[in-house]
Write a protein that binds this ligand. Structure first.
Ligand code: PLP
Length: 407
């Protein structure tokens, strides 16, 4: 930031040639007068003014200095500027949770009478916002199957204000053709918001395919160590200006403490995600070759139905795997539960992106509220499990799975 909010801080010494991994370590750093190596946590709600005139000037000129931590805070600003530099957007708003980021990007930009076209395969709470909350405020929502090209074309043949999508999707890892949908959205006059959590900032840059906003749950891979909640919205200056009043006055702000944890998470993000992807590829290949496994879905496998598209949009397949064990339909849930209960290294949890490998049964947890038909439509079978591969040695994960598969 070139404004006075950097006053008292040294510059971070970066230039336009600085490479991504270096940005994750250094971008956004504001060093205080104590010359600390590790970024400081500014646990303060407010800021003092040396004179009444200075306070008057600060309120008359938004952004000239830190005024109140609901608007801006030095530690939060470091996190925002670092993620923005890495993602390639000029602006980032950090939020208390991923859902606060999603809610602000939808409700902060739309108004009654607008139309939103959304992917049906969305994280449950995102689906609730577009399908249940937005219509209560006069916003029309149209849902499209992630992989239905003709469906996107039909839905975007009429003007729309926003497209909201997730790729790969939860939990069956369907890929939306970002360039195709962004092209259709431009013609329909719609802003495209991509929930990029499953792909991570490391593997996919939706902006390169035409997305206008990218939202994250920083709770997942950005923290990556299961410690705190957080979210982020990335966009250009014009959209940031439209969002600004919503962000300032509705208070979805991130805590400076969480911003500090997540800032440290960014430093190791690439290293962790690459290691997780390598582990997930090894685990997915093992599962595919196992006689007790009926189906394995992972964007890094040649058997993924959209392998070519996944390769074109993502640098690697990600750390998530969905799979089913062989079992008669009536016994599929019990078989999946027996298998999950027999795991030792891999824990049962609905979180993802953690350094610890986590497994969940979507039909009875994250997607419990859907009807049987809605689940089947998303590819979620009674025995489907979703595995988030962590940072353990993949050989230990494979041994754990092997043992549980024969339980
Ligand atoms: C977890 C998640 C969210 C919500 O994030 P929170 O930090 O839990 O509020 C949104 N979208 C996706 C894809 C997620 O995985």
């Amino acid at each position: 930031m070139a404004d006075d909010t950097t006053r008292g801080f040294t510059a971070d010494g970066l230039n336009p040639q600085t490479l991504p991994q270096t940005l994750l370590v250094h971008a956004g750093t504001r060093r205080s007068g104590f010359d600390e190596t590790s970024e400081a946590i500014f646990m303060t709600s407010g800021f003092v003014y040396r004179t009444a005139e200075e306070a008057e000037h600060a309120f008359a000129n938004e952004g000239v200095r830190f005024v109140y931590s609901r608007f801006r805070n030095p530690t939060v600003a470091m996190f925002e500027d670092r993620l923005a530099a890495y993602e390639g957007f000029p602006r980032c708003y950090a939020t208390a949770t991923g859902m606060a980021a999603v809610f602000a990007s939808v409700m902060g930009l739309l108004k009654a009478g607008d139309r939103i076209v959304a992917s049906r395969a969305l994280f449950g709470s995102c689906l609730f916002i577009v399908k249940d909350i937005a219509p209560r405020f006069g916003i029309e929502t149209v849902l499209v199957d992630a992989t239905d090209r003709a469906g996107w074309e039909r839905a975007l043949a009429t003007p729309a204000a926003m497209v909201f999508l997730e790729s790969p999707s939860n939990p069956c890892l369907e890929i939306v053709d970002l360039a195709h949908v962004c092209g259709l959205a431009k013609r329909a006059g719609a802003l495209v918001v991509v929930d990029n959590v499953f792909a991570t900032p490391v593997l996919q840059k939706p902006k390169d395919f035409g997305a206008d906003l990218v939202v994250y749950s920083a709770t997942k891979h950005i923290d990556g160590q299961g410690r705190c909640l957080g979210g982020a919205i990335l966009c250009d200056e014009e959209i940031a200006a439209r969002l600004s009043p919503w962000m300032r006055h509705t208070g979805p702000s991130m805590s400076p403490f969480n911003a500090w944890v997540l800032l440290k998470g960014l430093e190791t993000l690439e290293l962790r995600v690459r290691a997780q992807c390598a582990g997930a590829d090894a685990v997915a290949r093992f599962l595919e070759g196992h006689a007790a496994v009926a189906r394995v879905i992972h964007p890094g496998l040649d058997s993924h139905p959209q392998r070519a598209l996944a390769r074109a949009q993502m640098k690697a397949g990600g750390n998530l795997i969905a799979f089913d064990l062989k079992a008669p339909e009536a016994d599929a849930k019990a078989r999946a539960f027996r298998f999950m209960n027999a795991l030792g290294v891999i824990s049962i949890s609905n979180n993802l992106g953690d350094s610890k490998s986590l497994i969940t049964h979507p039909a009875t947890t994250t997607h419990q509220r859907l009807t049987e038909e809605e689940r089947a439509h998303l590819g979620i079978r009674p025995g489907t499990v979703r595995l988030s591969v962590g940072l353990e040695d993949p050989a230990d994960l494979i041994r754990d799975l092997e043992r549980a598969l024969s339980a």
